[in-house]
Design a protein around this ligand. Structure first.
Ligand code: 5GP
Ligand code: MN
Length: 352
């Protein structure tokens, strides 16, 4: 007997029927996600891969670049083809695919050097994503920015296509991971009751959510802990008059603390714990470019600043970009933002 879940139907039925038709018609399916993949990107990709394999499809995940070590515990990671490492294999899979599923990104530039390969492929393309303003590169676009993660959206898609029975324990583990990481372990964007109905359903597959939290979010190398401590104690600048914070890490500091991909994950959120601080920027010198991360709370939107100054974008409260200029220039741009917000606040106070 199929148990009905009391979750709201959000994805239009025509879209689900179309997706089902496309999946039925396909045998070789490639799943891809954004560059510097996070828990939601990898979780949704592997979660869907396991489900499609159970369905009898030949499904492979191709990522634009490496995944962080914190996610390698997920079942199926060893099977991922990383474009920057195995370019020929990735191209071969994409050339032979009859369907490409794009998860957790809304524009082709988000897959970096993989973009022309995907764009040139004759395969049909499906986008399933929760970022604002999709570019419209896919034949079928399932875009729901109101969802807190692509994994949550993916669960809806699977459930309302009537395929819940194909969610294995492995698939559930991956889907749960993305829901957890994109909400900071259910501490933001997480007030929708339906989330917890989905979690209950995933737990019924026998997943250990406490262990997933410990491995994916709460495991730190000694260097990472020390880098975080250093960044917060020595490198955090506050702008109390505009409610902002900035942390900058230069290349020498990253080398000193033996920085590994993922080591500064969530650092940008830390200043937001201080009362009165409602926006925060983190700048990291990755040599090729300056990695920009921005976070905010409440109505304060950071995505506009990332778009305008750093060639990036994102969500209202979580955005980022890759700035092609010097660290000093990027820093100055954040100072300018702080200064203009301060002036706006001053003007408001004068008017009151
Ligand atoms: P993070 O700071 O964790 O790298 O990114 C937070 C969010 O900002 C991501 O989920 C994504 O929506 C957005 N983001 C990060 N980097 C970029 C970028 O280079 N371009 C755009 N458009 N969005 C980005
Ligand atoms: Mn996401």
């Amino acid at each position: 007997m199929i148990r009905r879940l009391m979750i709201k139907r959000v994805v239009k039925d025509e879209k689900l029927q179309e997706l089902k038709r496309m999946l039925n018609a396909a045998q070789n399916i490639v799943i891809t996600c954004h560059v510097s993949p996070d828990g939601d990107a990898i979780g949704s990709s592997l979660g869907f891969m396991h489900l499609l394999r159970k369905w009898g499809k030949n499904a492979r995940v191709v990522t634009p670049d490496m995944l962080p070590p914190s996610l390698t515990f997920l079942p199926g990671t060893k099977d991922i083809v990383v474009f920057t490492r195995q370019e020929l294999m990735a191209k071969h899979l994409i050339d032979n695919a009859d369907l490409i599923i794009c998860l957790d990104f809304n524009a082709l530039y988000r897959i970096d050097r993989l973009a022309p390969v995907i764009a040139d492929s004759c395969a049909k393309k499906v986008m399933i994503d929760h970022h604002l303003d999709p570019e419209g590169f896919a034949d079928l676009q399932i875009s729901h920015p109101e969802m807190s993660s692509t994994c949550e959206l993916l669960f809806h898609v699977i459930y309302f296509m009537g395929m819940k029975r194909l969610i294995s324990q492995w698939s559930a583990m991956c889907i749960y991971t993305g829901m957890m990481t994109d909400t900071g372990n259910f501490t933001y964007n997480s007030n929708n009751p339906d989330l917890y109905i989905i979690i209950a359903e995933l737990l019924r597959r026998g997943i250990d959510k406490d262990n997933i939290y410990n491995v994916a979010i709460n495991t730190f190398s000694e260097e990472r802990i020390r880098l975080m401590g250093y960044a917060l104690s020595e490198k955090m600048e506050l702008f109390p008059e505009s409610g902002g914070a900035l942390i900058v890490l230069n290349h020498d500091e990253l080398v000193k603390y033996r920085y590994q991909r993922g080591d500064t994950e969530s650092l940008v959120n830390r200043p937001l714990s201080i009362p009165g601080i409602n926006w925060s920027f983190f700048l990291r010198d990755d040599v090729e470019y300056i990695k920009v991360s921005a976070r905010s709370t409440g109505d304060f939107a950071v995505n506009g600043y990332c778009e305008q100054y750093f060639g990036g974008g994102g969500h209202k409260n979580a955005a980022g970009g890759e700035y092609r200029g010097s660290l000093e220039e990027a820093k100055q741009l954040v100072y300018n933002i702080a200064e203009s917000l301060k002036q706006q606040n001053d003007t408001k106070q004068e008017n009151n």
